[in-house]
Design a protein around this ligand. Structure first.
Ligand code: NAD
Length: 267
């Protein structure tokens, strides 16, 4: 759906045109946001940061932590709101300071999980005591360059259940940069990256990526479980994360996101 210039009240700049970026762009192009259009795209195959900043009112990042680290601070410094999916960069205090310090607003999207209405409510109540995340993934999606040869072989053979990580959200994000954005978002929006506990398991029997949140507060105890179908375009990602960014865009510009024909790669 091509809009005329007078119909475009909000110009969206997009970083990344992979599985999630294309889904976000496809949805906006199909009319998901009545008065917004994607007017600038920056990816490894083209585009420039200067053009993106000059030609966008809001920027969405769906390109990975390296891209957010490289481009995010300049976008925030230019005063633009930035909806980000690769929030794992917040584990780096220096980058976190630049992104959260304004003048642009940094919005870590809920991504592949939910429950942030509850989590935000509990945070402002000051009653949160413990937050834990248990992630279960397909073994091959958890391979990391720093792993020992025997650990890599065990994950590649895809035969046994392996606990690959137990520790803080900060360390999870550092060691599993493509997998632990959820841990970082949960940590910064609840009790912090160092106090949020994370367990990551490789399970050959799983068909979905599962995240279970256990939240303890003086107001109650809560358990939320998410089982996401891996994106067909990129099995390390969940298409849900693209729709989460769209939801954030809708809230930023005060519009309800319309249902479009773009339903993600699972359909
Ligand atoms: N928060 C969440 O729950 C969640 C869930 C899934 C994915 N993610 C994040 O979203 C990112 C994108 O996921 P995807 O499945 O679309 O990945 P993808 O690999 O399919 O696509 C990545 C895109 O980013 C572009 N890119 C890479 N480095 C770049 C750079 N330095 N500058 C500009 N563009 C660059 C590539 O050209 C490509 O278009 C992931 O890397 C991950 O960090 C977050």
């Amino acid at each position: 759906m091509t809009k005329s210039n007078s119909e475009i009240a909000y110009r969206i700049g997009l970083i990344g045109s992979g599985a999630l970026g294309l889904l976000i762009k496809g949805s906006v192009d199909a009319g998901a946001l009545a008065s917004a259009s994607v007017t600038s795209v920056l990816s490894r195959s083209g585009g420039s940061l200067d053009h993106l900043i000059e030609n966008s009112d809001i920027v969405v990042e769906a390109a990975g932590q390296a891209a957010l680290r490289a481009h995010g601070p300049a976008i925030i410094a230019a005063g633009k709101p930035l909806v980000a999916l690769s929030s794992g960069v917040l584990a780096d205090d220096k980058i976190a300071g630049l992104l959260m310090g304004g003048p642009g607003r940094f919005i870590p999207s809920a991504g592949a999980i939910g429950g942030f209405d509850l989590i935000d409510t509990l945070r402002i109540s000051g009653t949160l005591t413990n937050v834990a995340l248990h992630t279960v993934k397909v073994p091959s999606s958890l391979l990391q360059p720093w792993m020992s040869e025997s650990q890599k072989t065990a994950l590649e053979e895809n035969r046994t259940f392996i606990n690959v990580f137990t520790g803080s959200a900060r360390d999870a994000t550092r060691l599993f940069p493509a997998n632990a954005n959820v841990a970082a978002t949960l940590g910064v929006r609840s009790i912090g990256l160092d106090r949020t506990r994370v367990t990551i398991d490789a399970d050959p029997s799983t068909r979905s990526t599962q995240h279970t949140l256990v939240i303890d507060s003086k107001l109650g105890t809560y358990q939320l479980t998410f089982a996401n179908a891996p994106s067909l375009a990129n099995p390390k990602s969940s298409d849900l994360a693209a729709f989460s960014a769209l939801h954030d865009l809708g809230r930023l510009i005060g519009q309800t996101v319309a249902l479009t024909a773009t339903g993600g790669s699972q359909q």
